[in-house]
Ligand binder design. Structure first.
Ligand SMILES: [Zn+2]
Length: 433
């Protein structure tokens, strides 16, 4: 019998989006990696656990990967809705962001982490301000994250210029480069809020660091027209001319690409993050996901910030993505559940370059969630992946493990004191309004 740290058992284990689920399955975890995935009987015959999480009605899945967040924006959740993007940003969000301090950033991040843990997310890609503070919170809470300081041509609440924020990116890399769950990225905000000098320099720094470059792209028709007006090119062509498109580029939204741009993104190996709920709520349009997938573009899934969604729940995002593709294509076969689940797990893991991330397989990071299937909306359960996309909710998540660390057990968070957190959030919320 081999000794392992944790053995998790369940009614079903979903190894990945495309494999047949294992009935009466088990996962054995040693350190921060998965040691075994298979039948419960086989697991218990060969492994002895230091701890056991036994869920006879549990559905064990790879931890979800939220490929686009602005974590601290949870503090602005529901503050201003149903407004045109420009009014929403300029009259409600920007003035409040100008008052952000590292303490508020830490608070918003902790709230975001609590929400993500409760909704099955183990990894996320974050672009915001004061990212060093966000890294501190993540390291305490125990999630896995890719984080980049937002770069703009104008002063941000954190830095007087984009070039100084870029220097911060290097400092972040020095400080957090060896952390097992934190990776630093280079994050120019958009092609229209960064000038070409800043964009080019950001691309060079990303290349020097071997880092991912994360940028919002073609979110609105206004942006496409503005880039055309300024540079006489489509946004993706413009970024390509600056040398910014490649396999380490993560382009967020891509709601309004031309056929030419879809071909270009595919050719360059750019990863696209689809944010269906944010795009709907801000009236930005619907990204042509099925078309991009057909063209060979790797598409991931993200919530965007909680001010424009208004939650960080990837179950909602998977369901929205799958339904929206069918609705706009008048095609019920568009974006099947397997693909929506792959976008939120294994395809994101591949894009992030960690072997096995987004799957439950030996040697993969020990990132998993267990859902409680003992609920009316989840019975009967013929096809667990269908349930994950079309009927599971955040409240079904019972346990969450990230890198072998248990961050929620039997609905109780282990690294966040929620009662204290909510009290601090309410106090700040009254000051923000
Ligand atoms: Zn965003």
């Amino acid at each position: 019998m081999k000794q392992v740290d944790i053995i998790v058992t369940g009614e079903f284990v979903v190894k990945d989006a495309f494999s047949h689920p294992i009935s009466d399955g088990a996962v054995a975890i040693l350190g921060d990696e998965i040691e075994f995935v298979g039948q419960r009987s086989e697991c218990l015959a060969h492994y002895r656990g230091q701890r056991y999480i036994e869920r006879p009605k549990g559905l064990v899945i790879p931890g979800l990967i939220n490929a686009h967040t602005h974590a601290p924006m949870t503090l602005f959740r529901g503050l201003a809705d149903d407004l045109p993007l420009k009014t929403w940003l300029e009259e409600h969000i920007f003035p409040r962001e100008a008052r952000l301090t590292p303490d508020l950033i830490a608070l918003g991040t902790e709230l975001a982490c609590a929400e993500m843990i409760r909704s099955g997310t183990t990894s996320f890609i974050d672009m915001y301000l004061f990212e060093d503070t966000i890294c501190e919170v993540i390291s305490r809470v125990g999630l896995r994250a890719w984080l980049g300081e937002g770069l703009f041509d104008f002063p941000s609440p954190a830095f007087p210029s984009g070039f100084e924020a870029l220097e911060e990116t290097r400092r972040l890399l020095d400080k957090w480069g060896d952390h097992p769950k934190i990776t630093i990225t280079v994050d120019p905000h958009t092609p229209y809020t960064c000038g070409h000098d800043l964009l080019r320099r950001a691309g060079e720094v990303a290349d020097e660091m071997g880092a991912l470059l994360v940028i919002h792209l073609s979110e609105t028709e206004w942006e496409v027209a503005e880039i055309q007006r300024r540079y006489r090119r489509t946004p993706a062509r413009y970024l390509d001319d600056l040398g910014l498109l490649g396999p380490r580029t993560i382009a967020v939204h891509v709601v309004h690409p031309t056929e030419d741009e879809i071909g270009l993104l595919s050719e360059r190996g750019v990863k696209v993050v689809h944010c269906p709920e944010s795009n709907q709520k801000l009236g930005s349009g619907v990204a042509p996901v099925a078309k991009m997938l057909d063209a060979g573009v790797r598409v991931l899934l993200g919530t965007d910030g909680a001010a424009s969604n208004n939650d960080l729940n990837m179950f909602g995002e998977m369901g929205s993505a799958a339904r929206l593709s069918k609705g706009i294509g008048c095609d019920p076969t568009a974006l099947p559940a397997t693909h929506a689940f792959a976008m939120a797990t294994m395809w994101a893991g591949e894009a992030l370059g960690i072997s096995g991330l987004g799957t439950l397989s030996p040697g993969a990071p020990a990132d998993l969630a267990v859902l409680d299937l003992d609920s009316p909306h989840l019975r009967p359960c013929y096809n667990p992946v269908s349930h994950l996309v079309y009927c599971a909710t955040a409240g079904d998540v019972q346990d969450l493990i990230c890198g072998g660390e248990i961050v929620m057990e039997d609905f109780e968070l282990t690294t966040i004191d929620e009662e204290d957190l909510f009290m601090r959030v309410e106090k700040v919320a009254s000051e923000l309004t």
